[in-house]
Design a protein around this ligand. Sequence first.
Ligand SMILES: [Zn+2]
Length: 292
Amino acid sequence: MPELPEVDALAAFLRETALDRVVDRVEPVAVSALKTFDPAPSALHGAALAAVERHGKFLDLVFALPTGERLDLVTHLARAGWLRWKPNQPAAPARPGRGPLALRLTFTDRSGFDLTEAGTQKRLAVHVVRDPAEVPGIARLGVDPLGAAFTVAALEEILAAAGRSQLKGVLTEQARIAGVGNAYSDEALWTARLSPFKPASGLSAAQTASLHAALVGVLTAARDSAAGLAAGELKAEKKANLSVHGRAGLPCPRCGDTVREVSFADRALQYCPTCQTDGRTLADRRLSRLLK
Ligand SMILES: [Zn+2]
C-alpha cells in the first residue's frame, strides 16, 4: 500500500513529467472507483495539469480549465492501487472488465497514466472536485508528520487524546496522523523499541520523543530513497528498505531475533520481540481462534 513517502514520490514524478500537459480524455473504467458525479470526469477534457499535491495518502492532481477555473482529480490508491505512467496510451477506448484498470487518463500528446487496482477488494477511490476539502477523507485528516506542526508536543497531545488505544492503531488513524499506514507504523515502532500494543497514553516523555524521532526519521528516509524514482520502481524500493514490516520469520536486522507477526482479518503487523516486547510473543488472535 502506498503511504506518505510513495505518494510524495508519485506526486514529484508527475510534477516533473506531466506538468502543463493537457487532458485529451478521462475514462473512469471501474464505476465503483468514481466517488463523485458532478463535475463529471469529462469536465477535465481540455484542462492543463497545473500542480500535484499530497494530502495524507491522497494524491491531488490540480488542473486549470481553459476558463481559468480549478478542477482537482483526487485519488486514494488504498491497499492494492497504483498509478502507472504510460508514454503511449492506446488510441482505442478502454473497455470495462474484470481487469485491474480503474481509470485511464490520456493527455493530448498520447502520454498519460492508468490507475489500477489488483485483487478483488475494490477500495481505490477517485474524486473530481472543485476543492480538495470536498473529499471527506481529506477534510478529516490529522497532522502531517513531515510538516512543521508535527512537534514532540503535538505527538504528546495526540497520544494523550488517544487514551488507552494501542499505539499501532493510533499511528495509522488518518484523523490523528495523516499518511502513515501499516508498513511505516511497524517500522517506526521497531525503531523506537515500542510494543505495537502499548497504550498510547502510557509513554514516558523519553519514549514519546523517541517515537517522534522514529516517525520523522523513517518517513524522511523513505521519502529520500523514493525521490527521483519513476512510478514503476517505487514498490520494490519500499520493500527493500523495510526492517520488520513484511519480514515475519526473518532475523531482526538489529538483534537477530526472529521477526514475529500478529494477524488480523485483513492485514498483519510485524515486530521484534527482543527489541519491542521484552522478549514476549504477542497473542495472534487468528491463530488462537483456530486452535480452540
Ligand atoms: Zn530485534
